[in-house]
Design a protein around this ligand. Sequence first.
Ligand code: HEC
Length: 311
Amino acid sequence: MSKIILSGVVALIAASFAQPASAAPDWSKVPAKTITLLYPAQMSWETLLTQTEHSGASKFREGKGCRGCHEGEEQSSGKLLVGDKSIEPTPIKGKPGFITMNVKTAHDAERIYVQVAFNPGEQPDAGMDKDFATKVAVMFDDGGVAEAGRAGCWSTCHDNAAAMPSAGTKETQKYLARSRVAVTRKGGEEIKPASELDKMRAEGGFLEYWQARLKPGAPPVVVDGTILEKRSERAQPMAAAEASEAGGLWTVTFSRKLAAGALSKDFAAGKTYTLGFSVHAGHTDHRFHYVSLEKTLVLDAGKADFVAAQP
Ligand code: HEC
């Protein structure tokens, strides 16, 4: 009898160790932070670095981050950019200039969780992405890409990318300037040799992204990958996402193993991560999205926009 109980206890202990403590966090106990995502129009990396086109250029070159000048201006900038023909040659009629998003983060022994909640509101149907009205993404770095720490998403947004002013005949996606032999006002065309790119990748000189493509009532379609010379999608996503929608409000929870292996960013305490968020709403594609300024994340404790704690 006692032996049976004992073996039961042993089994229980064994089971509790085997459980990777990866039950989803109790989100009601996690504080949310509200951020604003603005419509960036055709404001490319190269525009931003050109003093005659952007008065923040020289200070940015000297080391100041975008948010150092623009935090709190996201709504007014978005409203301006969404309809200003000088920077948005093909405005979408009736498109709001910004949206707000609540962000919560957490981690357990195994996984990092990023939960975003947003309501795209009244959005005209742009008809670009027929399959998905709404897509949400987070792009991040662990310090391996210095310019992403100061410019977030804009470190990947170049003048020769698709639907941008210097877009050529071939479709160019997001990339980092370091992957190009040279970058001019029109962006960089010629890609560095594979051996150099491999070295950069091995040193962490790439960004990672997760995206959830959303349809009410259906599980989200998750795509993820890395950005260096282009956006490289993983054949098998490392990130997972859950999503629900009620009255227009989307709640999407991304999660991934803290350490997911090669070509991913490990999440660990003591490091500061840069996050950029984006939302495509109203059946848009490419640059016709909303983006956040650069945000920071730490695990457990520290000074950052988001502190992912263990529940
Ligand atoms: C030193 C301060 C400073 C920094 C750093 C800076 N900017 Fe600006 N930015 C300005 C000023 C001032 C303007 C308005 C005048 C202009 O367009 O030149 C502006 C204009 C803009 C605009 C046009 C919309 C608007 O509100 O006028 C966008 C978009 C923008 N900046 C994005 C960025 C991004 C992205 C970064 C980081 C890569 C950045 N800025 C860095 C000062 C700065």
